[in-house]
Structure formats: C-alpha cells, structure tokens
Write a protein that binds this ligand. Sequence first.
Ligand SMILES: [Cu+2]
Length: 106
Amino acid sequence: MRWTPIGIALALLSLTSAGAFAADVMVHVGHNRLDPAAVSIAVGDTVTFHNMDAMPGGHTVATEDGALSSPPLQKDQAWSHKFTEPGSFGFHIVEHPAAKTTIVVK
Ligand SMILES: [Cu+2]
C-alpha cells in the first residue's frame, strides 16, 4: 500500500492505542502542595512525583491506605510508579496530609 499522510496517522493512532507510547506524567511536590491535584492516565502509564521543595527531612508521597509510598524525597529527588491496573488512587504528602492528588487510571 502507499503511505499516504492519513495512512501514517492511522498507523500511529493504532500504535498509541496499543500502548506503544506509554506516557510519563509529572506531579510536582511542593511544601504542602501536590500539583496538579488530579491526573488522568491510561493503564501502563507512569506518574513521577518530583519534590521541588527543600523542607528539612524531605517529602514522602503515599496512597491513603499506604499501599504505595515513596521514600522521603529530598529537593530535586523523584519517585515514579507505573500503574498497571485501572482505578482511582488518592495520594497525599505524609508530612502534609491535606496536600492531595488523585490519580485516575483508565
Ligand atoms: Cu513541606
């Protein structure tokens, strides 16, 4: 077949839907703040939490039930998790429990 622009676009779309290009989404960890406060991703995508703040002791991000948790992250350290099942995962900063974000995996 000839590779028309539309044919190439369709081929790229089918690769994307097959998960060939899993995304890596950044959540910024600040002092008492997770940004953005809501993230929507696909199964197979990765979320990276990047601590931007120099609070002594660092910041730890964890799910409300503690099933997923980073180590304490010092300034400019990051922790990543690949989500392999659909669901809604509420995270907070352990040192600042009111700072939350929700990861929705579809
Ligand atoms: Cu802090």
